[in-house]
Design a protein around this ligand. Structure first.
Ligand SMILES: N[C@@H](CCC(=O)N[C@@H](CS)C(=O)NCC(=O)O)C(=O)O
Length: 307
């Protein structure tokens, strides 16, 4: 069976979301470290332009964004379901809230505290990434707002744990836990506990320690060139196909572009091979890699016919 390859870097909180899922499932995986800022010359041939972190690769299938990475992990390794039966929608919706709302409050808290220690090149890169000026004095000024928003968000998490349950949806960890862990881990790892507002949410701090004990599975390093060679040697899996009657009206084989709707808005173009409520996938061919299929979640991505 083809190995799971994660293209990531150690300090990336979205990567930690995936690494913890590897820990929950006790999976073996290969670790390719990518740069924290652009350029990312060994990643671009795989994704066709998608620049965010992390990206998962299995053979010639490339998974962009942790939503689709989690679905694929779940499909290939169904043991210890990340979306427990009957709670799939709740888990996915909670995860999207954590990714899109809680995460940015955590970024505001961390960057307000340590932004001025980061190099100018980082600020420039993240300004281009977010489409907003990112500079240390602005980050510092926004920090109290971010702290208050993080407090409001974490108070919801604290109340989910109020009945003494070990994890957010009950006795077993799920997608909801790993998604909320991403911003919580980021703040605790970079700033240490109990920075405000963590002094107000003791159940969240205990829950994060519990989740952290699962570890990150069993990684072994891989050189970026080896990952590219694997993509070149492999054939993509048979794609799931385009749903009849999809609301977009798009058909299999259409040349399309797929672009994140929030940050890192670089379009990826290709031939549409999968489309449903949860997934978009495009087939791309290049001289270096031959044919790869690049997979995205549907939520949070703009899909349109390309010229
Ligand atoms: N929605 C994306 C968000 C990923 C994301 O924003 N990752 C951050 C790092 S944790 C990033 O890409 N930062 C810019 C970079 O690494 O180039 C996902 O779920 O994977």
């Amino acid at each position: 069976m083809a190995e799971i390859i994660l293209h990531h870097y150690p300090t990336s909180p979205f990567s930690e979301k995936v690494r913890v899922a590897f820990g929950l499932k006790n999976l073996a995986w290969r670790s390719v470290e990518i740069p924290v800022i652009m350029p990312k010359p060994d990643l671009m041939p795989l994704t066709g332009g998608y620049r965010k972190t992390p990206v998962m690769q299995i053979g010639a299938d490339i998974y962009c964004d942790t939503q689709i990475i989690m679905r694929e992990l779940q499909r290939r390794h169904p043991e210890l379901p990340l979306t427990p039966a009957g709670h799939e929608g709740v888990a996915e919706a909670l995860a999207f809230w954590a990714d899109r709302t809680l995460f940015w409050s955590a970024v505001g808290v961390v960057m307000g505290a340590i932004g001025d220690q980061l190099p100018e090149a980082f600020h420039k890169d993240r300004s281009a990434f977010s489409g907003r000026p990112v500079d240390p004095s602005r980050l510092k000024a926004m920090a109290p707002v971010a702290r208050d928003q993080l407090y409001a968000g974490l108070a919801h998490v604290e109340s989910m744990l109020a009945d003494g349950r070990a994890f957010l949806l009950g006795g077993l960890p799920s997608l909801a836990d790993v998604a909320v862990y991403n911003p919580v881990w980021f703040v605790l790892k970079r700033l240490g506990a109990p920075v405000p507002p963590f002094d107000k949410v003791p159940k969240v701090v205990a829950w994060a320690e519990r989740l952290g004990r699962f570890g990150n599975g069993r990684p072994t390093d891989m050189a970026p060139g080896e990952a590219l060679d694997i993509a070149e040697r492999s054939e993509p899996d048979t794609p799931a196909g385009v749903d009849d009657g999809d609301p977009s009206g798009l058909k299999a084989g259409t040349h399309v572009s797929v672009t994140p709707d929030d940050t890192g808005k670089v379009p990826v173009t290709g031939e549409l091979v999968t489309l449903n409520a949860h997934e978009i996938a495009v087939r791309r061919t290049s001289e270096r890699l031959g044919t790869v299929v690049v997979h995205f979640p549907r939520a949070g991505f703009v899909l349109s016919p390309a010229d």
